[in-house]
Design a protein around this ligand. Structure first.
Ligand code: KIV
Length: 269
């Protein structure tokens, strides 16, 4: 039976007309995906940010297609309502259109993806059009695209200068014209994000792009405060789960060492 409430690429695209904000968050496993889904988020993004927050790399570049398939599959099992988007990892689509089609196909066939996300503007527009033509919805991603971290010289705000700003606007337009159903705007000035949101006819989803985007996305670890020592300026911590987990581990260790755990109630007769 089809789930009537299921969020789809089509229903997300239509949000642009109604003006209802899109709520997106990353997740990388079934437990957190289920929690986000049950809380009513619209989009669960299996981001290649997993290279940093799950695998501990300095950037997203080492993440493989097999790893995205693995995490996508696990996330999809926890989601009933939200739309599941899976990131195309670095070098799975940059070398050729055929590579990109095969990679996206694997994410859909094996990785639980209902749509895929690609980074880049005009340079990926042809791929976006081909994917959409064969039935795979695409979310675009412009601005500070983490797979280009070395080109940018770090995770730095993009689009401050006029030339850069125009290239980002052109990229977002090219993605929308190629058939992308939404575009992520990452780490760009709020005024530029406002301009793009007013000119492209698909929803923009901001991260570090100010309040005037059609939706917002955050990395789960930032939102939940999982890392007590790190929080990007644009993120808001809605919980302090890192601190809570630390306290719980300390209490557990103390109880085991003092023979307070397990108790009689926690043992079998
Ligand atoms: O990989 C990711 O988590 C992302 C978001 C930051 C948009 O691309």
């Amino acid at each position: 039976m089809a789930n009537q409430d299921k969020v789809t690429a089509v229903s997300l695209r239509e949000r642009k007309r109604g003006g209802e904000k899109i709520v997106a968050v990353t997740a990388y496993d079934v437990t957190f995906a289920r929690l986000a889904d049950r809380a009513g988020v619209d989009v669960v993004l299996v981001g290649d940010s997993l290279g940093m927050v799950i695998q501990g790399h300095a950037n997203t570049l080492p993440v493989t297609l097999d790893e995205m398939v693995y995490h996508g599959r696990n996330v999809a099992r926890g989601v009933a309502h939200a739309h599941v988007v899976v990131d195309m990892p670095f070098l799975s689509y940059q070398a050729s259109i055929e590579d990109g089609i095969r990679a996206a196909g694997r994410l859909v066939k094996e990785g639980g993806a209902e749509s895929v996300k690609v980074e880049g503007g005009e340079e990926v527009a042809e791929l976006v059009a081909r994917l959409v033509a064969i039935g795979i919805p695409v979310m675009g991603h412009v601005g500070m695209t983490p797979q280009s971290v070395h080109k940018f010289g770090g995770f730095k705000l993009q689009g401050r200068g006029e030339a850069q700003a125009r290239a980002i606007v052109a990229g977002a337009r090219a993605l929308a014209e190629a058939g992308a159903y939404s575009v992520v705007l990452e780490s760009i000035p709020a005024a530029l994000a406002t301009e793009i949101s007013a000119t492209v006819d698909v929803p923009t989803i901001g991260i570090g792009a100010g309040p005037r985007c059609d939706g917002q996305v955050l990395v789960m670890h930032d939102l939940l405060g999982l890392d007590p020592d790190w929080s990007p300026r644009f993120a808001r911590r809605y919980a302090e789960l890192g601190q809570a987990a630390h306290k719980a581990f300390v209490a557990y260790a103390a109880d085991v060492r003092a023979s307070r755990f397990p108790s009689k109630k926690e043992s079998f007769t």
